[in-house]
Structure formats: structure tokens, C-alpha cells
Design a protein around this ligand. Structure first.
Ligand code: 6R9
Length: 660
């Protein structure tokens, strides 16, 4: 495997800076090993102690882990908490009340600072407003909002009253939104009139209107609209309300609703290997515990840090590392509305310099596009900005290639900031495998070692351990507090997807391939082993895109594969058979454009195929199975060297070589 080759050749090692290591929460490899040893000695006892020390409990738990109904594990089951209380109220009691919680920077660079006291008030009023609409504990609330203080407050307000939120990324289409509203059985949608990104106003409310008009959304009683842009929007009397009206006159105090530790804090839909997105359900206490611990361990968060995670609240990274983790540890964080390339590709570096950020967490795809931009224009090169406040850099969402790692390390971190390459997933709730900035020697392209308490391992198809140096499938052997609890409405799919019988039914299957270095035991992720693509760090199911394509009346059949891409990691390549004869030339270009727009409408712009190729048929075996392996080779533009004698229709391969 190419990835393994690269890894074997990668022998640069970067030790944590001495001073950072000295003061770090986990200081040095001995401390890391000692913590691991504690977990080995007493797994449940160590988690129990951490849970007592790091969360405020309304009712303390007496049971730590219940494995009796595996894989439906329960953590801290008889304890009661409130997540919003742990993020806000605790900071009013511990001297952080006047500390800045959020430095919000809008697309057009207006800066708003919100203290913990102010955020607490805002969330309480929001929560009381939701209650006044009849929204209560256990209800599901869909949030379709831009990056904003209000977006974070919306999530916190739901948590405060025990409503389970389901945030839908603002780039998803009306159809995707409708499907999620229906699956979650949501009672309300919280949205904004528009979102503002890259100097453009993009509609949100009109997409909500469209989604709800598609039918099946009768559970929705209220649509609450945050006025971001103030432009004209459609209004449905009796259903739609301005957020400002909902919170007007509401008390600034809202007693938190104490919920069981296992109470579903949120559902977040993510792509799997079938056409239908999965509603990943997370707990309250276990989830928050790991958010807190990883803020301390992976980011080594300190009271004076200015922390910035560039993710969107529509993804898991924005949940754990914007909406919950940073607040629960009383951090000051930057929340950014816009995009990294507006008004120019120096925006991130300019913001780091202006706000004196100390911890910066972003995705490899962003880094790679900013490398390109800096190469093309010296003015947006990070060396033009004062980035000297930075002390820790992070990466998330996809493998970071060693070249991008080195550029990030040298040009952004000035060779003094450890890079935490954090491997994790929507399903894991928080970081799983990552360097610790004050302990782990880093190797570019490797996420290094599991965090304490995380029993990550590499096994073969039958669940047997694979020796270091050989590729296999990544699993987690023991349950951990922030793990997925179930798939909303589909416990059977939960068992089948993550705890397959072949592996014994109780160990967690991540869906990624990995290899451990022979000498160091360091992990390198080699990519998904299922039909899930990773485009710019966004998960996309090939089946999802195929279903969208065949839903178009022109399309007879479609197969989607990933193609390696320098900037986005992978790109989407679709092979399409039309109901009419195979188009060529301008007609092919025209139809390809139509289909791209169609997919954007069905799922969202992130799912648009970069390439569409038309054939009279797809390469199939005699039994009618599409040979995706061949399609992947064709997509890469490589010559087919495999035996194609089992193909029903080898001549078709020539047609599919060229993109339209
Ligand atoms: C947090 C997040 C999860 C998938 C995961 C893997 C890929 C994430 C990675 C990484 C290599 C890293 N992934 N982080 N691969 N190195 N540091 O991204 O969640 O959107 O659910 O995606 O992303 O393939 O399985 P999610």
C-alpha cells in the first residue's frame, strides 16, 4: 500500500518543546504511560475518578459502566447532570464570569466579545424562549444556523432544557434538511434569515421553507429565525417567529433541567455506506467528560489561552470543540463566521495575529489550499503575519500528508508548536488517537498513539490482532464514555455498522484502515474501508450520491468513486449511464453540469461530483456486479493492468477514460 510505504520512509521526529512539556497537563511520555497504566490496572475506577473530578453532578453516579446489554453500553447511568450548567454556570462560580468566552468575528471582520456572564444570560433567555413555545425535555430540535454566537447559544439552550438537538450543516440542501427533520421527528427548526460567507448572503430560511413544504414534517410547530442579514424573507404566520421576539422579556435565569447521564444530548447525521445518513446519538455526561478531558490533554488548554477551532458547528468538530468542550473548561475561544479565503487567503493568519490566538485547530484541506494561495501570492504567506502567540497547532478530518504537515509546522508554527494530528469521528465524540503536545514526539503524517483510556487496535477481518508493520482494520476494544450510543431510530443498523458479529459483537469498528509502525507502534490511518469518501474533510457516502444521481429522470445508472485530489484529499468522480444515448462534446458538458446542480440540490454543494463520465454501460462482472475497483483506476487516469477477463463488457472501459 502506498500509504504504508510513505510512512516507512518518514523518519523525521519532532519532540515537544521543553517548556511546553514541563507545564503540560500530561507532561512527558512517562506521565502518558503512567496514566495508561492506571487505566490498565482499573479501567472503570479510573474513568469514575475522572468523571467525579471533571464534571459537576446534580446526583452523583454509583455505577460506572453497564455492559449487560452490549453493545448498548451505559456510562454513569444513575448520575444526573446538565451539560449547559457544566459549560456556563460553573464558570460563574469559579471566577470566570467576566472572562471572554467567545470572540466572534463576522465575515466582514466585525468583532464581538461575549463574557461567560453574558453568554449565560443569553442562553437562559433563549432556553426560556424555547420553553415558552412548549419545547421541553426529550423533544428534538433541528438547528440550521450559521456560525454565530446565536448558533452556539441555540445548542446550549437545548442542552439546558434537555431538548435533543440535531444540527444540520448550513450547506445541506432542502431535501437533506427535510430527511433529517423527519427522521428526528423534530418539533422546531432554529435557523437564520441568511448566512454571510465570503462577502455573499446565502439563504437559510427559504431552504427551511422549501424543506418543510416537501411534506412529512408535520411534527414541526415552530420555526425560530435569527435575523443575521435583515433582507426580505417569506413568513408563515403562526409558525415562524423572530428569535428576538422569542427571547424578548424572558428571564435571564433558567434553572437547568437535570437529566440522566445517558440522556441524548444530540443527534448528528453522518454518511455511512448505504444511501441513508445515520443519526449518531450521543449521551450527556460521557460525551461531555471526554470533551473536557481532551481539551485538557490534547490541547493542554490553560486559562490564558486564546483557542480557535475553525470548524463549523454543523460538524462534530464544531460540537465538541466549539459548542461544548471549550466552554466546559472556561476557555476564551474565537468563533468565525466566514471562510479562510475572504477577503484574501491570509484571513486565518490575520485573525491569529489580531486576536493573539495560542491554539489553532483546522483541517488539512484548508492548510493545503492556503499553501497553494501562499505560493501564488507572497502577501498572504503566513510569514507576513505575527503568529508568535501560537503554541499548539491541530489538524482534523482527514490524513494530513507529510508535506502539508511540514509546511504547517515551519510556516505557521515557526518550528516551535507541536502539531496534534487528531484522529476521531462523529461516532467517537472526541479525539481517539493523537499526539499529546507536551509528551508525544511527532512524526509527520501519523496520528501517533491512542489517548489514555482508548483501547485502539488493529485487527484482521475476524478480529485477531495484527502485528505492527502490517495494515488492518482499526477497532476500539473497550467502550469509552463519549462513544456513540445508537443510531437514532435504527438500533439494528447501529449493531451491524459498528459492532459486527464477525468481530465478536462487542468491539467498535471505526470504518478506517490503519497500520502501526514496527518500532514506535505509531498509528497511520490509511483511509476508509467502506464506501465512504472524505472530500475536504467532509464525509460523503458513495451510495448517497449514487441515489441522488439515479433520482434524476435522465439517469439510468450511476457509480461513484473517490479519486485522490491534491487539495481536497479525495474528489468525487461519477460514472453515469443515461436513459438516452451516450452524450459527447457540448451535450455531455451540458448534461454533466445539470447533474452536478441536481446533486447540489438533492444533497448539498459539497456532494457535487468534480468529474462526470458517461458510458453506454458500466464495467460489470458476468453476474452484474459493478467493478468499482476498475472505476477507481480509471478515475485516477491510470492504465488498467488487472485481468479484465471476468468483465461482461470490456470495451466499455475505453468510453469511461475521459472526463466531460
Ligand atoms: C472528526 C471527524 C471521520 C473520518 C474518519 C477518518 C477521517 C478524521 C483524521 C482522519 C486521518 C485524522 N479522519 N480525522 N483520518 N487522520 N486525523 O472528522 O469526524 O466527519 O465523522 O469523519 O474522517 O476517515 O473515519 P467525521
Amino acid at each position: 500500500m502506498a500509504e504504508i510505504e510513505t510512512f516507512k520512509q518518514e523518519n523525521r521526529v519532532f519532540a515537544p518543546p521543553a517548556e511546553l512539556a514541563r507545564n503540560a497537563a500530561i507532561s512527558g511520555m512517562d506521565a502518558y504511560k503512567a496514566l495508561n497504566a492506571e487505566f490498565e490496572r482499573d479501567y472503570e475506577g479510573t474513568w469514575a475518578k475522572l468523571a467525579k473530578d471533571n464534571l459537576k453532578w446534580n446526583t452523583p453516579f454509583t455505577k460506572t459502566l453497564d455492559e449487560s446489554n452490549a453493545p448498548f453500553y451505559k456510562w454513569f447511568e444513575d448520575g444526573r447532570v446538565n451539560v449547559s450548567y457544566n459549560c456556563l454556570d460553573v464558570n460563574l462560580d469559579n471566577g470566570n464570569a467576566d472572562k471572554t468566552a467567545i470572540i466572534f468575528e463576522s465575515d466582514d471582520a466585525k468583532v464581538t466579545r461575549v463574557t461567560y456572564r453574558e453568554l449565560h444570560q443569553k442562553v437562559c433567555q433563549f432556553a426560556n424562549g424555547l420553553k415558552s413555545l412548549g419545547i421541553k425535555k426529550g423533544d428534538r430540535v433541528v438547528i440550521y444556523m450559521p456560525m454565530s454566537v446565536e448558533g452556539v447559544a441555540a445548542m446550549q439552550a437545548c442542552a439546558r432544557i434537555g431538548a435533543t438537538h440535531s444540527v444540520v450543516f448550513g450547506g445541506f440542501s432542502a431535501k437533506s434538511l427535510q430527511e433529517r427533520v423527519i427522521d428526528a421527528g423534530a418539533v422546531a427548526v432554529l435557523t437564520a434569515d441568511y448566512q454571510v460567507r465570503g462577502g455573499k448572503q446565502l439563504p437559510l430560511k427559504s431552504i427551511v421553507d422549501e424543506a418543510l413544504a416537501m411534506g412529512g414534517c408535520d411534527t414541526i410547530k415552530n420555526v425560530v429565525v435569527y435575523k443575521r442579514a435583515g433582507a426580505e424573507i417569506n413568513w408563515v404566520e403562526g409558525r415562524d417567529r423572530w428569535l428576538s421576539d422569542v427571547v424578548a422579556g424572558q428571564s435571564e435565569v433558567c434553572e437547568p433541567e437535570w437529566v440522566d447521564a445517558e440522556h441524548p444530548l444530540f443527534i448528528l447525521y453522518t454518511s455511512g455506506s448505504t444511501g441513508k445518513p445515520k443519526g449518531v446519538q450521543h449521551s450527556s455526561a460521557g460525551y461531555l467528560l471526554w470533551a473536557v478531558l481532551t481539551m485538557k490533554w490534547t490541547f493542554d488548554i490553560k486559562p490564558d489561552d486564546v483557542y480557535w477551532c475553525t470548524a463549523d458547528i454543523g460538524w462534530i468538530t464544531g460540537h465538541t470543540y466549539i459548542a461544548y468542550g471549550p466552554l466546559a473548561v472556561g476557555a476564551t475561544q474565537i468563533v468565525f463566521e466566514g471562510v479562510p479565503t475572504y477577503p484574501n487567503a491570509g484571513r486565518f493568519w490575520d485573525m491569529v495575529a489580531r486576536h493573539k490566538a495560542t491554539i489553532f485547530y483546522t483541517a488539512p484541506t484548508a492548510i493545503r489550499s492556503l499553501i497553494k494561495a501562499a505560493d501564488a501570492d507572497e502577501k498572504v504567506h503566513p510569514k507576513q503575519y505575527d503568529l508568535s502567540t501560537l503554541r499548539i497547532l491541530g489538524s482534523v478530518g482527514e490524513p494530513i500528508n507529510p508535506e502539508a504537515w511540514m509546511w504547517y509546522y515551519k510556516n505557521v508554527g515557526n518550528e516551535k508548536c507541536p502539531i496534534v494530528d487528531t484522529f476521531w469521528q462523529t461516532e467517537t465524540g472526541g479525539h481517539m488517537i493523537s499526539p499529546l503536545p507536551g509528551a508525544t514526539p511527532q512524526v509527520p503524517g501519523s496520528c501517533t498513539l491512542p489517548l489514555p483510556g482508548i483501547t485502539a487496535a488493529i485487527v484482521d477481518e475476524t478480529g485477531n490482532d495484527i502485528p505492527n508493520g502490517n495494515g488492518g482494520i482499526l477497532v476500539v476494544k473497550r467502550p469509552w464514555p463519549s462513544m456513540i450510543r445508537t443510531i437514532w431510530n435504527d438500533p439494528e443498523r447501529f449493531k451491524k455498522s459498528y459492532f459486527p458479529e464477525e468481530l465478536g459483537g462487542t468491539i467498535y469498528l471505526a470504518g478506517d484502515g490503519a497500520v502501526r509502525n514496527k518500532d514506535t507502534g505509531y498509528f497511520t490511518i490509511t483511509g476508509r474501508i467502506d464506501d465512504v469518501l472524505n472530500v475536504s474533510g467532509h464525509r460523503m457516502g458513495t451510495m448517497e450520491i449514487e441515489s441522488a444521481l439515479v433520482a434524476n429522470s435522465l439517469v439510468a445508472e450511476a457509480a461513484v468513486v473517490g479519486k485522490p485530489d491534491e487539495t481536497t484529499g479525495e474528489s468525487i468522480c461519477a460514472f453515469v449511464v443515461l436513459k438516452r444515448p451516450r452524450p459527447t462534446g457540448d451535450e455531455a458538458k451540458q448534461i454533466a453540469k445539470e447533474l452536478r446542480d441536481w446533486v447540489a440540490k438533492e444533497i448539498g454543494p459539497i456532494a457535487k461530483p468534480k468529474e462526470i463520465r458517461f458510458g453506454d454501460n458500466l464495467p460489470k462482472t458476468r453476474s452484474g456486479k459493478i467493478m468499482r475497483r476498475l472505476l477507481r483506476v480509471l478515475a485516477k487516469g491510470e492504465a488498467i493492468t488487472q485481468d479484465v477477463s471476468t468483465l461482461e463488457n470490456p470495451a466499455i472501459l475505453d468510453q469511461l477514460k475521459e472526463a466531460q
